[in-house]
Design a protein around this ligand. Sequence first.
Ligand code: SF4
Ligand code: SF4
Length: 74
Amino acid sequence: MDKTTPYPQINALECKSCGRCVDACPKKCLEIGNELNVRGYRPVVYKGEGCIGCASCFYTCPEPYALEIHIPKK
Ligand code: SF4
Ligand code: SF4
């Protein structure tokens, strides 16, 4: 993954697979993953490209520690 552009980092243990971030992302670059975490949810995954760092996913996520956005320094 290109770390010179913005990207979301998902904490797979905290994600409850609610899908709100998937719906909120204007670039459609998040999706529900295929793997179950130890709590029985399928955490969201980043498709690997397309993120513009808008943070819509971060602000719509009800889980405090499930998602953060990395914005590279210029
Ligand atoms: S920061 Fe914006 S573009 Fe990037 S994954 Fe979140 S909602 Fe999508
Ligand atoms: S909004 Fe948060 S808890 Fe819901 S699927 Fe996205 S990262 Fe997971």
